[in-house]
Write a protein that binds this ligand. Sequence first.
Ligand code: SME
Length: 158
Amino acid sequence: MAEDLLLIQGTKEEQYQALLPQIKALIDGEEDLIANLANIAAALKQQFGWLWVGFYLVKREILVLGPFQGPVACTRIQKGRGVCGKSWELAQTLIVPDVEKFPGHIACSSLSKSEIVLPLFDNNETVTGVLDIDSEQLDTFDETDQLYLEEIVSWISF
Ligand code: SME
C-alpha cells in the first residue's frame, strides 16, 4: 500500500466511502496499535480538516493522550469527566453539537465548538480508549459521522 491518501471532494457520505477502504488498507497487515491509531488520526484529519482528531487510551483507570493530529491537548482525563470520560463511562458514542452546552466539557482548545467521541472496545466489550474529534464549527457531527466512524473504530480492538 502506497502511503498516499486520495483525498476527494463531495458529500460527507462520499468522503467517508472513499476514505474507509483506504484506512482499512493502511491498517490491514500492521499489528502495531500505535502505528494504526496514528494513521487513522492522520487520514481523518487530512480528508476532513477538523481541528483535532485523536485517541485517548485507558491506562490504569484513566484516559491518557494517544496518537493525535491537531493542537496540543490535555494528557489525562478521568472517567466520567468531559465528553471523553463520559463516553468511556457510558460505553457509547456522544455527539455534542455545542460544547458550551455540555456540562463538564473539558476545553483543551477554545477553538473547539462541537465534538464527537466514540469508545473503542476490546473483545470483551470493555472500553479501552476513545476516538475524539473536535470541530471549529458548531453542529458538525451527525449520525452519518457516527455510522462511519463506528465502523472505523470497530477495526481496532486491543
Ligand atoms: N474536549 C474533550 C477533551 C479532549 S480535547 O478536546 C482534545 C472532552 O471534553 O472530553
